[in-house]
Design a protein around this ligand. Sequence first.
Ligand SMILES: Cc1ncc(COP(=O)(O)O)c(C=O)c1O
Length: 396
Amino acid sequence: MTTRQIAALYQRYAIPVYNRLGIAAARGSGSWIWDQEGRRYLDMFPGWGTNALGHCHPKVVKAVQAQVKRLIHVPNTFYHEPQARLAEALVKSSFAGKAFFSNSGAESVEAAIKLARRYGHPDRWEIITMEGSFHGRTLAAMAATGQPKHKKWFEPIPPGFRHVPFNDAGALRSALRPETVAVMVELIQGEGGVHVADQEYVRSLRRICDQRKLLLIFDEISTGMGRTGTLFAFQQYRVLPDILLLAKPAAGGLPIGILIADKRISDLWEKASHATTFGGNPLVTAAGLATLQVIRGQRLAERARRQGRLFTRMLTALKKRHPMIREVRGKGLMIGIELDRPGAPVVQAALKKGLLLNCTQEKVLRMYPALTVSRRELDLALKLLDESFEEVARAQ
Ligand SMILES: Cc1ncc(COP(=O)(O)O)c(C=O)c1O
């Protein structure tokens, strides 16, 4: 089928809630994606952070192929080896606790909300999150999200959440109430515009939570699995959460959500008080195990730190040539470029040149390249981006 034919079917039969790029993706490999007509794109935002190993990493493909022939799905009434091994590997790489598997980021956020409410039951239920945060689109995850624009049209918003300014421990301290039970934070706000949490702020969060017996929840759905230069971003802060949330890249592109809860709270849920049919099934967890093995075996977190430093330096150098660039920021391969104007024309210009990137908060271009991205690919991305800035500046 042609892109045009596929788009026509979408127009007729798919609910039009997404902004589409106009590309019908046919296949992918590493940092590259091909459309139905065979056009090739350099993908600097593969899977919105999900394809951290690039498209179709051979080790993930192999693990999925082996598992799909053996056992695709059983519900969580069964034990199975891939889930047991992935839970063990994740806990051993993070902190002493236990894992719960679901199918998406928002679902792991929902699980954290339910575990926090169970911990505080019946007197404490309120969760404080940060202004500018993003925690997902399901009703409670949306309520937890600290941006009014994501809630418009969906009132009434489920109660139990309040938001305080990011990177401001004092504001959090003054916002605490007797019913507060937990604090949830992204260590880098991604969708919110790539804002990095300060070291001292994160340490203060831990102190405040300890003093008030609150749970500290790190939403590492975007920052986890090596992207920021360590397997989990919290390792750079030397602060442990009570609950860690993972999703996006954790199964190499298959849908997964993961909650890891500290051992003090990991056994709080009554049997069957939380559950999911698909969560952590054999196929997904086999892919998760392969993904983790590749990230650790190939030292991709360290690589992300090196490549990220290099790429950030290269991008910062572009500032001299393009005054529209205000700031380049991020950690590892989670990079934001704040402009003095809307970024959409740059994204469009780049797309025409075969470069895929993202724009958030209107003025922040985002690049979360695959952790396997090569120096050559980064050089090419820089060249195409340079040309795109040039073109947009000339046209405006
Ligand atoms: C930090 C964070 N939390 C939660 C989510 C929601 O994840 P999902 O889209 O898989 O539900 C996202 C998605 O972008 C995210 O970046």
